[in-house]
Design a protein around this ligand. Structure first.
Ligand SMILES: [Ca+2]
Length: 135
């Protein structure tokens, strides 16, 4: 009987204890590891939209944190904080249109980077994004 109680208690404890480190919180306004972060203005300034890992096929109903400002076609600087995955940002919904690739965090090569303080012709154009394991 005691052995059974201990087994049940152990199972309950295993269920309650998190399996690993806490995940980053999307849309809490804090840039964290494995997030794709968009800012309304250049140089990573102004309203912010931080999205942990998951893809977004459109930005309908997506607002910069603590604002009533839509993210859709309103981004002017970006960072990819994922250490291994690429981010592709698209000018169309559902990953269509022209796209720009961000390298994994802290990487730069061949004129590409993990961050862009301004977006040139892509300014105010992004409408979806996804994480990819390759460029
Ligand atoms: Ca965050």
């Amino acid at each position: 009987m005691l052995r059974k109680i201990i087994a049940v208690a152990t199972a309950a404890a295993a269920f309650l204890v998190p399996a690993g480190p806490a995940l980053a919180d999307s849309q809490d306004g804090i840039p964290e590891t494995e997030e794709y972060v968009q800012w309304m203005y250049e140089d990573y300034s102004g309203p912010i939209f931080d999205q942990w890992q998951g893809d977004l096929s459109n930005y309908m109903g997506a607002y910069f944190v603590n604002t009533r400002v839509l993210v859709d076609q309103n981004t002017s600087s970006v960072k990819n904080l994922h250490p291994r995955m690429y981010v592709r940002a698209f000018t169309g919904q559902n990953y269509t249109g022209a796209s720009m690739t961000l390298l994994p965090f802290d990487r730069a090569e061949n004129g590409m980077s993990w961050r862009y303080p301004s977006l040139g012709s892509f300014d105010n154009s992004f409408r979806s994004h996804r994480f990819d394991w390759a460029k």
